[in-house]
Design a protein around this ligand. Structure first.
Ligand code: CUA
Length: 335
């Protein structure tokens, strides 16, 4: 009885674990593809999975049958031992070889398909640069530079050019496609055409140092009108602070070390070591996908950055609580 309960519990646990791989509640699920690239990989995965299921059922079936059929029985005595069986030997050599060929053909075809440069002339080029530990996105045709959050239009191919500013990173948005390494001194390419609008979570998938696990991103797939609006907003300069609080925040920003690492277009802040903050207020997250972009979280990020994201390269600037609040208000006003 106890064994049965343990078995039932183990099965239930396995079910829960497997459920964890999918569902809309899991924003980083590779099992719910929403791009042509994702569907291709998913198709290949399912094909191989079914081959594995067939092999598993046959092997375990024969094993169980054998164990049960020829189990020890006192009345039968010791069973006859058999050594060597030519037909079996040929069978279990040939069958796996054929299965491997059956898996290799679609695998190689998929590899070539996703490895070729995109043939779509209408593709939108986006340069992705990996930094310790954040993402830079550049749209050369549109003159937009942003960080940790890319916007792309639904139904149009995006042609990503991937490189690194320091060490190896890997670009991965499980629902859209990837993963592909970002290497120092080399440009890699990745392209896909998203088929649904939404906010998609991404993650660096190559260990790149202390804050690797906290190197996240968001990719927002917009409908065409929404994308055009985003482009127009981002091509414009940053909002000019009008309220006392945001003006004070701007003064704090311009008077501290912030300016040497961050850029806010059209101001004296022209650093390029950290993320471009020109339209920071319109982003969904702070700290490369780790916290929602709210005034409280932003204040926590500025005031206690190593606590929020241990190892990150932003120096802790000494500020009063009031200055932190002013700075947060200013940054959030940059929409
Ligand atoms: Cu970047 Cu891991």
């Amino acid at each position: 009885m106890k064994q049965r309960i343990a078995l039932a519990a183990a099965l239930l646990l396995a079910l829960v674990v497997v459920q964890g791989c999918g569902g809309d509640g899991y924003p980083q699920s590779a099992l719910h593809p929403t791009s042509d690239f994702g569907h291709r990989l998913d198709g290949l995965f399912k094909q191989i999975l079914w081959w594995a299921v067939v092999v598993f059922v046959i092997v375990v079936g024969v094993l169980l049958y054998t164990v049960f059929r020829w189990r020890e029985r006192p009345e039968r005595g010791r069973p006859r031992e058999i050594h060597g069986h030519v037909l079996l030997e040929i069978g279990w050599t040939l069958a796996p070889a054929l299965i491997l060929v059956a898996i290799a053909i679609p695998t190689i075809r998929t590899i070539f398909l996703i490895d070729n440069p995109t043939a779509d002339e209408n593709a939108l080029t986006v340069e992705v640069i990996g930094h310790q530990w954040w993402w830079e996105f550049r749209y050369p045709e549109l003159g937009i530079v942003t960080a940790n959050e890319a916007h792309i239009p639904v139904g149009r191919t995006v042609d990503l050019r991937l490189r690194s500013a320091d060490v190896m990173h890997s670009f991965w948005i499980p629902k859209l496609g990837g993963k592909r390494d970002l290497l120092p001194g080399r440009e890699n390419q990745l392209w896909f055409r998203p088929d649904s609008v939404g906010v998609f979570w991404g993650q660096c998938a190559e260990y790149c140092g202390t804050a690797h696990a906290l190197m996240g991103m968001r990719v927002v797939v917009d409908d065409p009108g929404g994308f055009d609006a985003w482009v127009a907003a981002n091509q414009a300069g940053p909002a000019t602070p009008t309220e006392a609080q945001t003006r004070a925040g701007q003064a704090v920003f311009m008077g501290t070390a912030c300016v040497s690492c961050h850029r806010i277009r059209g101001t004296a802040a022209n650093g390029n070591f950290g993320p471009d903050l020109t339209h920071f207020g319109s982003r969904l997250t702070v700290g490369a996908g780790i916290l929602e972009n709210t005034p409280e979280n932003l204040a926590e990020w500025i005031g206690n950055t190593q606590h929020v994201k241990p190892g990150n390269l932003m120096p802790q600037v000494r500020l009063t609580e009031q200055q932190v609040a002013q700075l947060a208000a200013y940054l959030l006003s940059l929409r």
